[in-house]
Design a protein around this ligand. Sequence first.
Ligand code: ATP
Ligand code: LTN
Length: 330
Amino acid sequence: MNKKTILSGIQATGNLTLGNYLGALNNWVEMQEEYDCYYMIADLHTLTIRNDPETLRKNTLELIALYVAAGLDPEKNTIFVQSHIPAHTQLSWVLNCYTYMGELNRMTQFKDKAAKHADNINSGLFTYPVLMAADILLYNADLVPVGEDQRQHLEITRDIAERFNSIYGETFKIPDAYIAKIGAKIMGLQNPTSKMSKSAPDPMDKILLTDTPDDIRKKFKKAVTDSENCVRYDREAKPGVSNLMGIYGIIKNKTMEEIEKEFEGQGYGTFKSAVAEAVVERLEPIQNKHNELLENPEKIKEIYEMGDQKAAEKANKLIKEVYKKVGLVI
Ligand code: ATP
Ligand code: LTN
């Protein structure tokens, strides 16, 4: 049977949050049985901001371990490092020549990141979506599971692919974004109207996957809610409580109605500790497995080398086809 193909990735910026886990990793784990999955560490994308080289290397290896600790089976999935497959940068260059400045200028992530890193608005930050398009198109991905913030990058990927196909004939598969209905945007605990982000300066705003159970309890206890003291889902009027309900709902696999019923007549204190306990319970085994793997760097190497090899096989075929179509001598 022909399985559909999935590709996704996370940058190796370290300190993953509960948002990254619930919005991305957790969904990937659920997809591994049904699809042919490629999950990469987007280390080249990480270069668009300044990194300490040793920290980037460490973050990359830690992220591979985290993929596995979160439940991705390295035998069933292709887990690999983007920079180990030269075809990503090769295709990215070609696609740059089929992407317009005006299109890239509309990218909201570029605008956000440019504002955040005003002293380093480099051209890699600007062409970031083209490298991402290359990542996706190289593997003929049908679906790309990401959080809501990446939707625009999927749209530009489709536009670039369609443009190329219309000039050179069917070359790339047109991918779809796969954005879960709940969990696609986990909001900050202190600022529930903006997304929980690993780069947020306030540590109370985000749950890190490395947080201790006590940190997690403390952060949920202090999470911003409202004065109604009623557990009710309303994203507009009650963003704080609704966000906590979303988190609880994904982990416990419950609908918002079920959660409203479960906490009927109970105050926010009880509700917040239930959410905290659910998160602690979910993260603890992941943290244990992660620490175990980090003590075994040889195992981590084995995992990505196996993935690199499978990824290279597929990517090299496609880049050859593209080079040929655009007129390069191969
Ligand atoms: P930064 O804070 O530096 O912008 P980030 O936390 O958004 O980084 P990425 O590496 O850009 O991290 O994202 C990794 C994956 O996690 C992406 O699929 C992204 O959509 C998802 N993601 C990130 N934050 C959230 C969130 N708050 N809710 C749901 N998904 C998220
Ligand atoms: N841009 C993404 C990370 C990323 C990605 C990809 C996601 C790089 N290449 C390909 C899906 C498919 C991010 O910042 N979340």
